[in-house]
Design a protein around this ligand. Structure first.
Ligand SMILES: [Zn+2]
Length: 132
């Protein structure tokens, strides 16, 4: 009985009371877990220090994190596209040259170069947003 249990009412660690004989009734009893506050414990519904719900909780946190992550990513992509639009407005030839250079470097066509550029800018804004 070296594992630890928590009270189902107050979540304090339970004390293991070894088997003995009741002073009141004179009857033998099995060992049991007892709350320091004397909350009745339902066998076998003791809280475990690592209840299965902890996993569900972690998963819900991870799902939340993923949702936030996707929102940030989406936001970064919007910013990247806006930045490209702005570059195109300010210096269309410069942007074109940059994209052609990027296409050459990555050995791909202009459209893929645009996508790569959006990805690169997204990463850039992503880092800004997430502070990495
Ligand atoms: Zn208790």
């Amino acid at each position: 009985m070296d594992d630890q249990k928590l009270c189902i009412s107050c979540s304090q660690f339970l004390n293991w009371v070894p088997a003995g004989v009741s002073k009141k009734t004179g009857k033998p009893y099995n060992g049991f877990w007892a709350c320091p506050e004397k909350h009745p414990q339902k066998k076998p519904a003791y809280q475990n220090p690592n209840p299965p719900s902890a996993k569900a909780f972690t998963q819900s946190l991870e799902a939340d994190f993923d949702r936030q992550r996707n929102i940030i990513r989406q936001h970064s992509q919007d910013m990247a596209i806006k930045a490209l639009e702005l570059m195109h407005k300010v210096d269309p030839e410069g942007l074109m040259q940059e994209l052609e250079q990027a296409a050459l470097t990555a050995q791909t066509n202009i459209l893929n170069a645009v996508i790569l550029q959006v990805k690169k800018l997204s990463d850039h804004f992503d880092k800004d947003v997430s502070g990495k």
